[in-house]
Design a protein. Structure first.
Length: 399
């Protein structure tokens, strides 16, 4: 019996060595291919994103599935309930990148919640933008509220999201299309993006803002209240100008994707959502790798989450960007021949803008007031003055 056990054990080890060698060879070959492509990932990477159930979160999960299957890398998607939480994890190096929205612009600018002493203007860097057949943010109303135009929102109940100034400012900008503001509506405070849709479902509010294809709006469409998108016609040049004076990174857009939207689409505004960003200090190889993988495997994830088709390379609006791009991303865009002279010129303008803002911040801090409100108000004055002296747009009223 001992002899039999010894023979069987020797045979197992011999075969196991072959299996182990084959597995190790496959692993080394896969990594050699990645290295040859310039793609390098740690075992786990992390993104912050909007909450579970949103289009941005769903897209991050779909991209994470590609990373897991093709590159044996785990993508942890950390939901953030507001602007500050999504970017605080990025600044604290708890996540590598953030897939959010306009909060990246506000952080660059050092305004709204980022005007405080612990924030100020941040060196945000863009990696990739999603301009989908849907839209990043528009007005969504309960059908039974009888709102057929933006002007009809006057006096209605509109959600106001605590801790999300970018969403509240976007709502104010769209209301300005009809010369309305927060004083013309009844603000209903809610705790987050998903909670805003719940407020309309539960008849606490009549109007909410969000991406046209956001999953929570499917529930509103199916509810007794119903769902209606009031359009923002592009032919009204003055109305369009009012919106863009407040949100210059929003552009007139035809949305084709979302509940109740007809085949010909509806006239709205849109910006990049999600906008994948890092910081000036984010690792260049990692930025290069994630952009390359998202482009290379686009066809594999484009239909696996609402709005994911917007990551297409031909929808990257480099020459209209309001944030400079990360060197790692630029390296890949140059490699495939899509980084144009116009893109570089806009990139340099955006770098200059960040430089002006950060120099203004550095000059402001030594003599800044101590009180929170006084500090913020004084900074906004100093910021606006520095931008104006440099001949740069100061952004719209209310920031």
């Amino acid at each position: 019996m001992p002899q039999l056990i010894t023979t069987l054990l020797s045979s197992f080890i011999r075969h196991s060595k072959h299996s182990l060698f084959a597995a190790l060879s496959s692993f080394l070959l896969a990594n050699a291919v990645c290295a040859a492509d310039g793609i390098e990932f740690p075992k786990t990477i992390a993104w912050s994103a909007y909450g579970t159930g949103t289009g941005g979160y769903s897209q991050a999960v779909a991209i994470g599935n590609i990373l897991q299957r093709q590159y044996q890398t785990n993508l942890r998607v950390i939901p953030g309930r507001n602007d500050v939480s999504r970017l605080a994890t990025l600044r604290a190096n708890r996540v590598h990148f953030s897939a959010g929205g306009s909060e990246a612009v506000y952080a660059q600018e050092g305004v709204l919640n980022f005007a405080s002493k612990i924030w100020g203007p941040q060196p945000i860097r863009a990696l990739m933008s999603n301009y989908s057949d849907s839209c990043s943010y528009t007005l969504v109303t309960a059908t039974d509220a009888n709102i057929n135009s933006v002007a009809d929102i006057k006096g209605k109940r509109v959600t106001f999201i605590q801790g999300s100034p970018s969403l509240n400012n976007a709502m104010a900008a769209l209301l300005s299309y009809a010369n309305l503001g927060w004083d013309d509506v009844t603000a209903v405070e809610v705790g987050g993006y998903n909670a805003s849709a719940e407020a309309v479902l539960n008849n606490r509010a009549d109007v909410v803002g969000g991406a046209c294809n956001s999953p929570p709006f499917l529930r509103l469409e199916a509810s007794p209240r119903g769902l209606t998108f009031p359009e923002l016609p592009h032919a009204d040049a003055e109305a369009v100008a009012r919106v863009r004076a407040r949100l210059p990174w929003y552009v007139p857009h035809i949305a084709l994707e979302g509940p109740t939207i007809p085949p010909e689409g509806i006239e709205v505004f849109s910006s990049a959502y999600p906008l994948l960003v890092g910081l000036e200090t984010s690792d260049e190889t990692l930025a290069y790798s994630i952009v390359k993988v998202m482009h290379r495997h686009f066809d594999e994830y484009k239909n696996n989450a609402p709005g994911a088709t917007g990551w297409r390379m031909d929808r990257q609006k480099f020459d209209q960007a309001f944030i400079p791009f990360h060197p790692g991303a630029i390296r890949y865009y140059r490699e495939i021949g899509v980084w144009t002279d116009a893109a570089e010129a806009q990139h340099q303008k955006n770098l200059q803008r960040q430089s002006v803002l950060q120099q203004a911040w550095g000059l402001f801090l030594p003599t800044a007031p101590e009180g929170y409100t006084e500090f913020e108000q004084a900074w906004l004055v100093a910021r606006e003055q520095a931008l104006a002296e440099a001949g740069l747009i100061t952004l719209g009223e209310g920031l």
